[in-house]
Design a protein around this ligand. Structure first.
Ligand SMILES: Cc1cc2nc3c(=O)[nH]c(=O)nc-3n(C[C@H](O)[C@H](O)[C@H](O)COP(=O)(O)OP(=O)(O)OC[C@H]3O[C@@H](n4cnc5c(N)ncnc54)[C@H](O)[C@@H]3O)c2cc1C
Length: 461
């Protein structure tokens, strides 16, 4: 029996009918995530476990037979993290989507990992509670994927990223053992922070089978503030000033190319002649929210905004946020795209956007820049004519130039999408040699046979 057959047989012995497939059509649709520019291999099968014990049994068999396992959530990743590798088993947790319990008094939910972020939000809203991390992909990404990429989102500028919401995890380790790490309490410092280590580990250290997530009371309806700029560097300076004086619950940026792409795709009257749009929200209670929004707009005017306005109309706010969330699909419609994800100190936002504009000219490519400006997290997205091979090569060069800009301004090569396959070389440039060594040692300690998502997330392995 081949190692693959042994793993198939182990999986088949615990999974329900239909939860294991070798069908080439299904394999084709589960072998890659949403990134472009990354390579996806061909797995020999896809398993859809429903319980922790099933995951444990399958991973244990893979460990025994040295078979690579690629954990997968909803496959919305943008770094190639859940791309299959040749000869691997894709372990897709999308059918593990039950909410296991909500503890209202202690403010947390326990859930299986496959649940879609928005479905979890809807569930806990039924208890009057709120799960804060809200990636723009919240309608189609899973909590397990969010935990493993340490996903950010629009509200993270005030409420923190996924890591700040994870209290504890259940994890199946590479050898199939199951461990529960973390805490239920508000405070707790017992032992190393293994939960923190797992968050953002991109499926390379374990398979998350349960997440215990911090909840908050539902916030009041936010007040929205919008500022239009003729110079994107002014918008960068306004962001710095806003963050020094207010606590917006959202602060997003769209540049001219992003505005034009969305307007062309779904016309909604966006200011396509502007250099940049800042969208901010305050979720302070009525009265205080308007005051904070006005203070934000005053900072924008002080830093050169040509037009500012505030809205309490939830429909108008949703339209604007919808425009921001639509940026990626709108750019996708324009041509072949390559999306970057750098994070820079807010003070250097202006320098970074200026450098990105120069890269667009030098490499003769279109770059749309948008993102979570309040966190200094930008998504410069390179768009080139579909199928133009020379332009695709220039796009790759521009992608790399942008990563260097991040490092040059004391930033990081990935703010929220993860290293995956796309940024391993860039990670090696960001980390010092001792940190690279530590990464290898941690991987070797937790996954000595290197079966979990090999070739991802680490500078070398
Ligand atoms: C239009 C669009 C907008 C986006 N906006 C944002 C945004 O605002 N913020 C943001 O952070 N991201 C954003 N993303 C990227 C993506 O949605 C996130 O990275 C998300 O967290 C991935 O979740 P997923 O369930 O799709 O994970 P996948 O893509 O399936 O996997 C992501 C990584 O997690 C690992 N993994 C998944 N589940 C498990 C598990 N249970 N155990 C162990 N490892 C696991 C995989 O191996 C892989 O390395 C966006 C993507 C798109 C397409």
């Amino acid at each position: 029996m081949t190692p693959e057959d042994a793993v198939l047989s182990a999986a088949d012995s615990v999974l329900a009918d239909g939860d294991l497939t070798t069908d080439p059509d299904l394999i084709a649709s589960y072998r890659a995530d949403r990134s472009t520019g990354s390579v996806a291999g061909t797995p020999f099968a896809i398993a859809f476990p429903r319980t922790t014990e099933q995951v444990s049994h399958i991973v244990q068999s893979a460990y025994e037979h040295h078979v690579p396992v690629v954990p997968r959530g909803a496959g919305s990743g943008l770094s190639g993290g859940s791309n299959a590798i040749d000869g691997s088993l894709v372990l897709c947790v999308e059918r593990m989507k039950s909410v296991l319990g909500v503890d209202v008094g202690n403010g947390y939910v326990e859930t299986q990992p496959g649940i879609i972020n928005q479905d979890l939000r809807d569930h806990v809203a039924g208890h009057g509670l709120w799960y804060a991390p809200d990636p723009a992909s919240k309608d189609f990404c899973s909590i397990g994927g969010n935990v493993n990429t340490n996903a950010g989102g629009l509200c993270c500028v005030k409420y923190g990223v996924t890591r700040d919401a994870v209290l504890g995890l259940e994890v199946v380790l590479a050898d199939g053992r199951i461990t529960r790490i973390g805490r239920r309490t508000v405070k707790g410092v017992a032992g190393y922070d293994l939960t923190g280590l797992m968050v953002g580990s991109e499926g390379t250290l374990g398979v998350v089978t349960m997440a215990r997530l911090r909840l908050r009371p539902l916030p009041p309806t936010p007040t929205t503030a919008v500022a239009v700029f003729d110079d994107i560097s002014d918008a960068g300076r306004a962001v710095e000033a806003i963050m020094a004086t207010s606590t917006p619950s959202l602060l997003e940026l769209m540049d001219r190319t992003s505005l034009r792409a969305v307007e062309a795709w779904r016309p909604m009257g966006l200011a396509t002649d502007a250099a940049a749009l800042l969208i901010a929200q305050s979720d302070l209670p009525a009265g205080a929210g308007e005051q904070e929004a006005d203070a934000i707009l005053a900072q924008c005017e002080r830093h050169g905004a040509r037009e500012v306005y505030r809205s309490e109309d939830p429909e108008q706010a949703e339209l604007l946020l919808g425009a921001r969330r639509m940026t990626i699909p709108a750019l996708e419609a324009m041509g072949d795209w390559l999306l970057d994800d750098i994070s820079v100190p807010r003070r250097r936002l202006g320098d970074a956007v200026g450098a990105i504009e120069r890269i667009a000219q030098a490499r003769d490519v279109v770059i749309a820049t948008f993102g979570h400006a309040g966190d200094g997290n930008l998504h410069p997205t390179i768009v080139v004519p579909r199928g133009d091979e020379a332009a695709a090569q220039r796009a790759l060069a521009a992608f790399d130039d942008i990563l260097q800009v991040a490092l040059d301004v004391d930033g990081t090569v990935t703010g929220e999408h993860g290293v995956g396959l796309l940024k391993r070389a860039a990670l090696a440039r960001e980390l010092d040699p001792v940190a690279i060594d530590l990464h290898g040692r941690i991987k070797a300690a937790l996954d000595p046979r290197g079966i979990l998502n090999p070739g991802k997330a680490l500078p070398r392995w």
